[in-house]
Write a protein that binds this ligand. Structure first.
Ligand SMILES: O=C(O)C(=O)C[C@]1(C(=O)O)C=C[C@@H](O)C=C1
Length: 355
């Protein structure tokens, strides 16, 4: 006699068959689309539209974020069937950059660890990887200088952004509690982001800054009563036990990454454009240079200055605006800014992060 539970499970099996058939039908269409495309099969503007549409169409009870993640993976698998893609990230395995690569491209993409931010740029420029992902800013620690410094000279385009909530955990293989932790390894930015928590909970443990959180997890795994401050992926990769979760001082700790590649996305409706500018060296020059954005109704979402490294007290300005470079008001504003600025490079127009 079939119980209520068995009947419900049979219904789920029948639905799973329909989902499976629909998934394969979708995959076949994507594969055909793949044969029609020239260049990269990856189309971030289309992916952003699919995810935005699915979130809008979702009737629940699954959350919009949940269905978006499921469709992220479906598209990742469909893309791999068209043409597998590789993505260089700042390694080693277990870094937040790897988590950002997986969040943006899904699990079917081939994520390749590079030893430095410079090497991520080089791999994409040399076509050793299809795309690269680099961190550009953290909500508590500010700009990632090296990523910005390499932007003006790369022939690659910015073709996407990823926003990742950063959760740090205290993890160890050998220490069973806070009291037995003698040394804590982490990247200097992460030690800074967890400064208050470390002062309160393990004030006597020595803090050692290393090149990445993943490297910290590796070092801590080899040493008795050592711990690391790192993320979930590093804990999993090095087999640590998490002694305390989410120890970052700022609960909204977020890092923004940019995707680099030899591809210029067309508009998707919710786009951003990244630029580098330099102002002529006279009073009011920066104000004057940015005025066309205000008069054309273009919103600026980021303004960051960095020494140009060409002349003393000479600066480059990294600016993000809303809209695509081909939108009429953006194109008109850029034309005026170009005339006023000493130098302007459009790094790329790309879909604003959906996930
Ligand atoms: O529409 C396309 O161009 C596709 O290749 C299909 C698809 C998808 O699965 O929806 C797959 C990969 C692209 O990055 C964008 C979308």
């Amino acid at each position: 006699m079939s119980s209520e539970l068995d009947r419900l499970r049979e219904s789920i099996d029948a639905i799973d068959d329909r989902i499976l058939a629909a998934l394969n039908e979708r995959a076949k269409l994507a594969r055909t689309i793949g044969t029609l495309k020239v260049g990269h099969a990856y189309r971030p503007e289309r992916e952003a539209k699919v995810l935005t549409r699915i979130k809008g169409a979702n009737a629940g009870p699954l959350a919009d974020e949940t269905v978006a993640y499921l469709f992220r993976e479906i598209m990742s698998a469909c893309l791999a069937l068209e043409r597998p893609i590789s993505v260089a990230y700042l390694g080693p395995k277990g870094t937040f950059s790897e988590a950002a690569a997986k969040k943006h491209f899904g699990l079917a993409a081939d994520a390749v660890a590079a030893p430095s931010i410079d090497e991520v740029f080089r791999e994409v420029e040399a076509r050793a990887a299809d795309f690269g992902i680099v961190p550009v800013e953290n909500s508590t620690e500010g700009a990632v200088g090296r990523s910005l410094d390499l932007m003006p000279n790369t022939p690659m385009k910015v073709c996407g952004e990823v926003v990742l909530r950063i959760h740090h955990h205290l993890m160890s293989k050998s220490a069973k509690d806070f009291a037995s932790v003698r040394r804590v390894f982490s990247h200097s930015q992460s030690l800074a982001q967890c400064h208050e928590w470390l002062n309160t909970n393990i004030p006597d443990a020595e803090r050692i800054a290393v090149s990445s959180n993943a490297e910290a997890a590796r070092r801590a795994a080899d040493e008795v009563n050592a711990a690391a401050v790192a993320g979930d992926m590093a804990a999993e990769h090095y087999g640590h036990t998490i002694l305390a979760s989410n120890i970052e001082d700022e609960p909204n700790n977020t890092t923004r990454f940019l995707i680099l590649g030899d591809y210029e996305p067309t508009p998707c409706g919710r786009d951003k454009t990244s630029l580098v500018l330099s102002a002529r060296n006279r009073a009011g020059a920066v104000y004057e240079m940015l005025t066309p954005f205000a008069t054309r109704g273009v919103s600026m979402t980021k303004f960051e200055s960095r020494p140009s490294r060409v002349a003393l007290w000479d600066y480059l300005f990294f600016v993000d605006i809303e809209g695509h470079r081909t939108d009429a008001n953006v194109a008109a504003a850029l034309e005026e800014v170009q005339r006023i600025a000493g130098y302007m490079k459009v790094l790329g127009s790309y879909p604003a992060a959906v996930l």
